[in-house]
Design a protein around this ligand. Structure first.
Ligand SMILES: [Zn+2]
Length: 230
């Protein structure tokens, strides 16, 4: 059963690949790998073909990545790339959270934003920029008050999702500076922004007026500190 499957696969390769066909018409030794029990076709003391564990196809050994210890991966390069991409996607959020916490940590600020916080924020934003209210494909993670103000760090109460457009136009401006600047033209949705203030205030355990006061105080402090260091 297995042998006939292998021969069918080999002949399929032979028909479609002339370079390969020269190799496959010669006799092979069928071996089973010790650890993973995979079928490999050996010739002159070398593996030349192998069955991929994931797609089940028998492929040239060059279609498998060789690992450090000299063995080939259990899945072919095509399957490995698919898995790698899926893995990276699943881990994108995790890495984004780690990156934001790291950025705060090296500045000595709170760094306790979690993946759960990010998921909750995503549900809250529902695909919309939390400043402009616009629905965009790829929202960017940003600090509502810039880390450079050295006050709020990477926490549930300071991380928001915004569009690239808002992110680039806002730069390190505070939300208040941004609202008053010409750069925010057409990019402020008052209703959205008020929801965002409520969300962040609550995450900081404050009322909205208290939270706004704290933001302004922190900015004043940051400004004064800059002046002092001049
Ligand atoms: Zn495969």
């Amino acid at each position: 059963m297995l042998a006939s499957f292998l021969w069918r696969e080999i002949n399929k390769n032979a028909n479609t690949n002339t370079e390969n066909s020269r190799r496959v018409i010669q006799m092979f030794t069928v071996k089973e790998t010790k650890k993973t029990k995979q079928i490999e076709l050996w010739k002159d003391g070398k593996a030349v073909q192998k069955a991929c564990r994931d797609c089940g196809r028998v492929k040239l050994i060059e279609d498998f990545t060789r690992k450090m210890e000299g063995n080939y991966r259990v899945e072919c390069k095509v399957c490995f790339n698919v898995k790698q991409r899926e893995y990276l996607e699943q881990n994108r959020d995790k890495r984004a959270v780690e990156r934001q916490n790291y950025r705060a940590r090296i500045l000595g600020m709170p760094d306790n934003f979690t993946e759960e916080d990010l998921q909750e924020l995503k549900r809250f934003s529902n695909g919309r920029c939390l400043i402009s209210g616009k629905k965009v494909e790829n929202l960017e993670i940003d600090h509502f008050q810039a880390l450079s103000k050295r006050f709020f760090g990477s926490t549930k109460g300071n991380i928001i999702l915004i569009s690239r457009e808002v992110n680039q136009r806002k730069g390190t401006m505070s939300i208040f500076e941004f609202i008053e600047s010409k750069r925010s033209e057409g990019l402020i949705d008052k209703k959205q922004l008020s929801r965002t203030f409520k969300y962040l205030a609550s995450a900081n355990g404050l009322s909205v007026p208290q939270y706004i006061q704290l933001l302004k105080d922190a900015e004043k402090l940051a400004h004064n500190a800059r002046e002092l260091l001049r």
